[in-house]
Design a protein around this ligand. Structure first.
Ligand SMILES: [Zn+2]
Length: 48
């Protein structure tokens, strides 16, 4: 399962929570740079 982590506030959330935001954005603080963690592979995502 893919997890997302906000790089600003450090909260973790999943794809369904991200979908509610309709964009790549932290559902807790609204920060637009999050990390996508799939297993041990972590990728930084930036909203454009
Ligand atoms: Zn956040």
């Amino acid at each position: 399962m893919v997890k997302y982590v906000c790089i600003k506030c450090g909260k973790e959330f999943d794809e369904s929570e991200l979908a509610v935001m309709l964009s790549i954005r932290c559902p807790y603080c609204g920060y637009r740079v999050i990390a996508k963690a799939r297993g041990s592979d972590i990728k930084i995502l930036k909203a454009v």
